[in-house]
Design a protein around this ligand. Structure first.
Ligand code: 13P
Ligand code: SF4
Length: 349
């Protein structure tokens, strides 16, 4: 486990990380992408880290893949590629640099390692888990198979490599309905998100049986809260993630993956919007959409927020923490993830 005080003294020995107005001014082009949501005083703290990370990234031949839930200073300041889980997985297959630094949660880093095993994959804090990934083991998948013999197992990418290896195919929030519909069987097992499964069931003819995991961030939103927002502001557009409960999804004007949600707002440019998901999403797109006012019913993912600039710098400095997946597990998990990517691509044609 990461020892924060060791980390800080090691960094202080090698880098000048004191807040600096000069460094903030020298990186104004980067700050410009987030000045609606990051104060100049905060940027004076972040800029020295951003400068060192961007320098070290080149020296280490590293690329930073960041999820849409990263904070603005990571998303705009140091990421080479940003996206939802599906986009990050596809990007991981294309990386040519030697090192991938995954700014996201552990299952995302594992997916990158599974898909591109020759690369060194680093996660700045391996304690960046996920309540969904933690809700099920390969044994749980076996129990579902025993209960519903012959039904294929579609596992959300928010799972460990072992669970992926025990599944027939993966899905993400961007393709779950299409993947489930493409299964030959009338009954499909979905793990581990009960709400994603119920939301897919509402759009599919398949009989879906599911594991009862949930996302601790999205399950907090209630349909009642959303109705209160709408009552106060009838023109507000409500955009929800499919990890929300079906009641919440029913209140939304649009439901999609994190990148799907962003795209919807870019395409429609509503005067007021509410992203029913993790807090940083609205912050990350606020500067590029000045015409949109975001209501922020803000729930934070404590796992995603374990990834910080200082941990990214330390990861590149020490080349830790390296993500390792046993080859026999990775080989099976790769089949499930690649089946999803191939099917997604063929369905999109
Ligand atoms: P996306 O694949 O939509 O980015 O979702 C990942 C996630 O963890 C949402 O909570
Ligand atoms: Fe997992 Fe929910 Fe956090 Fe996404 S927001 S990483 S599903 S706990």
């Amino acid at each position: 486990m990461l020892d924060l005080s060791n980390m800080r003294s090691a960094l202080a020995e090698h880098y000048d990380l004191e807040p600096s107005v000069e460094k903030a001014e020298a990186t104004y082009d980067i700050y410009d992408r987030m000045d609606r949501v990051v104060t100049p005083a905060d940027w004076a703290i972040f800029a020295p880290y951003v400068i060192e990370i961007n320098k070290l990234k080149k020296e280490r031949d590293a690329v930073i893949l960041a999820h849409n839930y990263m904070t603005p200073e990571i998303y705009h300041g140091i990421a080479d590629f940003v996206g939802d889980s599906l986009q990050l997985a596809i990007k991981a297959t294309e990386v040519e640099e030697e090192v991938i630094v995954q700014c996201g949660v552990h299952f995302m880093a594992e997916t990158s390692k599974i898909l591109n095993p020759a690369k060194t994959v680093l996660i700045p804090d391996s304690a960046a888990g996920c309540s969904l990934a933690e809700s099920i083991t390969a044994e749980g998948v076996a129990q579902m198979r025993a209960k519903y013999p012959g039904a294929p197992v579609v596992s959300y990418v928010n799972t460990t490599a072992e669970v992926k290896a025990a599944s027939d195919i993966c899905c993400t929030s961007a393709n779950a309905v299409q993947i489930v519909d493409a299964m030959e069987s009338d009954t499909v097992i979905m793990t581990p998100d009960q709400y994603l499964a119920q939301n897919v069931a509402n759009q599919s003819k398949k009989k879906i049986v599911f594991w009862e995991g949930s996302c601790i961030v999205h399950e907090l939103y209630t349909a009642e809260d959303l109705r209160a927002y709408r009552e106060h502001d009838p023109d507000i557009k409500i955009i929800a993630h499919p990890e929300c409960t079906p009641d919440v999804v029913a209140e939304a004007d649009f439901t999609g993956s994190t990148s799907g949600m962003i795209q919807w707002v870019r395409d429609h440019k509503p005067a007021k919007a509410m992203l029913v998901t993790e807090c940083s999403m609205a912050s990350n797109i606020a500067d590029s959409l000045p015409e949109v006012e975001f209501a922020k019913p803000c729930n934070i993912c404590p796992y995603m927020k374990k990834i910080t600039l200082e941990k990214v710098l330390y990861a590149l400095h020490t080349m830790t923490e390296e993500v390792v997946v046993a080859p026999e597990v990775a080989d099976k998990a790769r089949l499930a993830v690649e089946r999803m990517i191939d099917l997604s691509r063929s369905l999109a044609r």
